[in-house]
Design a protein around this ligand. Structure first.
Ligand code: 4AD
Ligand code: MG
Length: 462
């Protein structure tokens, strides 16, 4: 008999009730009561478990089956029976129970609540718990919804390199890629490391962003997006920073700053409504156990208009509240998470774009505004997370871009290809980067980025 996914049973009970079926999964709980045994089986196809009923009239080894240890992998056949009086709509009346993989008592995920910190010590097992199974399914559905959104809007999906020679953000927080022997690297006559002897004949690093390469594709396809891993060797040990994380980076030609904000707002609303539609059980779980306002907040977001304010306005609001902040705000400073969260959680109570930042605190490629002081950048701040998206209109004017590269002390030779994009049919264009893990934190209300990644990578070890 072919195995049926438990998700199929819940999706179409009518089709299966009264029939013989075969399911395969892992035991979440087992109990014996009044000469009948109940096993809760989870097969990973959905959040819900299937209840298996075992009776002594069918099984000689009834006691043994009714007390199957948690974690055991089973293949079960039997008839699916409707249970109109019970909590669950149906149960499987077992005829045959085969142990595919036994699970001894030292299995650490026995039935009781474990802290997320404890579960972080066993990333290879934790996906079998409710929290992580819900988080990783939301992650999967959100990724699919993002592809759906961009694909249906005519964006071309491009794959930018992981190994690069450029530092897109200019923040100098890159992981070096090298095959030189760390104990005795090739040296120049001056005694410096001789990178020309390295694998690529130059210095290389893991990418911090696919944006610059994405721009080259946007100048051919008009609308593109990347979706891939990015790497930052930041020391910041916060619940929102990871050394390896995934980013979605759309890039749009013939588009300005407000065009980017319109697209990003529509995209977030689309993803949230898809996840509401497809992850009902998972979101209900997070709403019950993590944040009682989660569902209400996500549903409200779909119809809300995101706020849009300038950095200067943000500073005016924040400066009045300086006594509540660890870092005091004044025009010109970089906004910290505490400021971002205050704006979106306390002042606007919804997502807010903050735009037109001082050019000194932003990257070289952002378009200089007419005031000469600020750039056409905008960050999207959301409750519970702070910065979810960073984006900007790009500097399309060759002369202005050249002077920015010089001003910031960057090596012009590294950017010749990027300058070519401004020499040959340059267009206004804009784009943004959405931190995928931060989106999952927002969707689930999980507070630590380490709990939405399979194997989190952070400074200090993993
Ligand atoms: O604001 P960032 O640094 O922007 C860029 O990299 C641009 N090149 C994007 C673009 O315009 N194409 O990063 C974008 C987003 C942030 O808003 C945040 O959500 C996420 O990436 N992010 C991180 N997420 C987890 N861990 C980190 N260390 C992150 N750094 C940035
Ligand atoms: Mg940013």
């Amino acid at each position: 008999m072919k195995k049926t996914d438990v998700a199929r049973l819940f999706a179409d009970a009518e089709e299966h009730i009264g029939r013989e079926i075969r399911v395969a999964g892992w035991v979440r709980t087992s109990r014996e009561s009044k000469n009948i045994g109940f096993l809760e089986l989870n097969d990973g196809s959905c959040f819900k478990n299937l209840q298996i009923v075992v009776s002594p009239s069918v099984f000689n080894n009834f006691k043994e089956i009714a007390n199957t240890p948690v974690g055991t992998a089973l293949v079960v056949e039997g008839e699916l029976r409707a249970t109109p009086e019970a909590k669950q709509p149906f149960e499987l009346d077992a005829r045959s129970v085969e142990v595919e993989g036994a699970c001894p008592a030292e299995y650490p995920l026995q039935k009781k609540r474990h802290s997320l910190e404890f579960l972080r010590t066993m990333p290879h097992l934790r996906a079998r718990t409710n929290t992580y199974s819900a988080a990783f399914r939301v992650r999967s559905e959100a990724a699919f919804a993002l592809h759906e959104f961009f694909h249906s809007h005519g964006f071309v999906y491009v794959h930018t390199p992981i190994i690069t020679g450029s530092d897109c953000e200019g923040a100098g927080t890159m992981f070096r890629v090298t095959t030189l022997d760390p104990k005795s690297p090739a040296l120049t006559e001056q005694g410096e490391v001789d990178w020309s002897e390295d694998f690529f004949g130059r210095e290389t690093n893991l990418t911090v962003s696919g944006q610059l390469e994405g721009e080259t594709m946007a100048q051919a396809f008009g609308k593109i997006y990347t979706f891939g891993p990015t790497f930052r060797a930041e020391r910041s040990n916060t619940p929102r920073h990871a050394a390896e994380f995934w980013m979605i980076e759309p890039e749009i030609a013939f588009c300005d700053l407000s065009g980017y904000m319109d697209n990003a707002e529509e995209m977030i609303k689309f993803v949230v409504s898809r996840v509401l539609e497809r992850c009902g059980d998972e979101l209900k779980f997070f709403n019950d156990f993590y944040d009682k306002q989660l569902l209400e907040r996500l549903k409200a977001l779909v119809d809300a208009q995101f706020a849009r304010i300038s950095y200067t306005e943000a500073c005016e609001i924040l400066e009045k509240e300086n006594e509540r902040f660890e870092f005091k705000v004044e025009w010109g400073c970089d906004l910290q998470t505490e400021h971002e969260r205050y704006l979106t959680e306390q002042v606007f109570k919804r997502p807010v774009f903050v735009k037109d930042y001082p050019k000194e605190i932003k990257a070289f490629y952002m378009r200089v505004n007419d005031d000469g002081k600020t750039v056409a950048a905008a960050d999207l701040l959301v409750p519970g997370v702070g910065e979810l998206i960073g984006g900007s209109q790009r500097e399309e004017r060759l002369e202005v871009l050249l002077s920015r590269i010089e001003e910031m002390g960057l090596e012009r030779a590294d950017y010749e290809y990027y300058l070519d994009l401004r020499r040959f049919g340059s267009t206004r264009h804009a784009g943004y980067g959405l931190g995928f893990e931060r989106l999952i934190m927002y969707l689930t209300s999980i507070g630590n980025i380490r709990d939405v990644q399979l194997y989190p990578r952070n400074a200090g070890g993993f």
